[in-house]
Design a binder for this molecule. Structure first.
Ligand code: PLP
Length: 425
């Protein structure tokens, strides 16, 4: 690699350990729909990126951003109709009492704000998170991170609980016993926070347990966990940064699948199709009372250009029936992945729902998680022109979460490339 290569320039100026995907990083210069193209003109099927939710560079979103940017963009302390219209449209997508929006620029800001609101609303300070989670990179959220290394210590105001993963922990018991077994951890966490005088302000969980590796949902677990927290005066903050906007196919929001309406929902990644738009949805009372007690404004969050991007995303989701597409193509993908599981013993399980799915890679003889093989497979797929990544507690779940315009033809290509790579593994 020549000294003046982009990679070396990057190492020099962005830090030697700034994360970069793949052993041979991809230098992408343009995108369209589910495709991205590198600097040499090679096309890659994007089976990974959920931020370009309605497709890379969707012309309707690009046009809306460009038109609004050419007309007006300024901070949010002026009246602007499209910001209000967007908030009305967005909040109408939630059940009562989730009728009010606060906009931010990132999922981190949304979760940070949600924690502040939960503490204010309950008068408690304790927070419960899963023991393999990530919700953002602010000081508080970094300290609550249990899925990755962080310099902050896990705080004394927080407790971790394990989310049930039937494939690993549930083989000896039925689902309701499993839900109870893990809900008991939530009870213990609440009692411990109370014993330390903090009480519980909130349980903060990802609606789809994405970073946990997409464990199959255990019916009743979320409802039981939330009941326990609410009985102790705490709130349910549901992080929909990954699961929201129809990704699961069966529902617009991940929390709908668990049948529990959260007290606070946080949104991000797909919301602006790449434009930095995120937010918090809660009841008007909670938001309004917080706004009196604590001055909050966000210079960029929910500005007119962001609102234009957000509205355009909703337009495309509706016009192109992308939630339906996620359901049908997701089911098709799942069948294909199950077929691969029956062919390759290294595929230990199929996970996910809608256009968020994964396969779990295991050692053929011991059935233990196989993170090194998973890493190898991710790189082999990249070399064969398909972008994906890996996640989970054991780093052995292939993470596939393509733009919502992913078609059955794209699924066929993904499946045949996986077949080819698994065969070569
Ligand atoms: C579940 C979840 N919540 C929150 C975040 C933080 O979002 P952002 O990177 O926009 O701050 C992430 C980012 O990966 C996430 O996966």
């Amino acid at each position: 690699m020549p000294d003046d290569s982009l990679l070396n320039r990057r190492l020099g100026v962005l830090g030697r350990n700034a994360p970069l995907f793949y052993d041979r990083p991809v230098h992408i210069v343009r995108g369209n729909g589910v495709w991205v193209e590198d600097v040499d003109g090679r096309r890659y099927l994007d089976a990974y990126n959920n931020v370009p939710h309605v497709g890379h560079c969707h012309p309707h979103v690009v046009g809306a951003i460009a038109r609004q940017a050419a007309e007006l963009n300024l901070h949010t302390r002026y009246l602007h109709e499209s910001v209000v219209t967007y908030a009305e449209r967005l909040t109408a997508m939630f059940a009562e009492p989730l009728d009010t929006a606060m906009f931010t620029c990132s999922g981190t800001e949304a979760n940070e704000l949600a924690l502040r609101m939960a503490r204010f609303g309950t008068g408690n300070t304790g927070i419960i998170v899963s023991d393999f989670s990530y919700h953002g990179n602010s000081a508080t959220l970094a300290s609550l991170t249990t899925a990755f290394d962080v310099v902050e210590d896990f705080p004394s105001f927080a407790r971790k609980v394990t989310v049930p993963d039937p494939r690993h922990d549930g083989q000896d018991v039925d689902e309701s016993a499993l839900a109870e077994r893990y809900a008991a951890q939530v009870s213990e966490a609440v009692q411990s926070l109370q014993a330390d005088g903090m009480g519980v302000a909130a349980i903060l969980i990802d609606a789809f347990f994405a970073n946990e590796g997409l464990p199959d949902p255990v019916p009743g677990y979320v409802a039981q966990a939330v009941d326990i927290v609410r009985a102790a005066g705490g709130l349910f903050i549901c992080d929909e940064v990954q699961a929201g906007f129809g990704r699961t196919g069966d529902a617009t929001w991940g929390h709908e699948l668990s049948g529990v309406v959260p007290d606070i929902v946080t949104l991000g990644k797909p919301m602006g199709n790449g434009h930095p738009l995120a937010g918090v949805i809660a009841s008007n009372d909670l938001v309004s009372e917080f706004q009196v007690a604590s001055t909050y404004f966000n210079t960029f969050g929910g500005n007119p250009v962001s609102a234009a991007a957000g509205q355009a995303v909703l337009d495309v989701l509706e016009r192109e029936s992308l939630q339906d597409n996620a359901r049908t193509v997701g089911a098709y993908m799942r069948r294909g992945l199950e077929k691969l599981q029956s062919t390759y013993p290294v595929v230990g399980g199929v996970r996910g729902r809608g256009l968020f799915f994964g396969i779990e890679l295991v050692d053929e003889s011991s059935s233990d998680p196989a993170p090194a093989l998973t890493k190898q497979l991710v790189n082999m797929m990249r070399d064969r022109g398909v972008l994906l990544s890996r996640i989970g507690r054991y780093d052995n779940v292939l993470k596939m979460r393509p733009p919502m315009v992913f078609s059955t033809e794209n699924a066929d290509l993904l499946l045949s490339t996986l077949d080819d790579s698994l065969g070569a593994l």
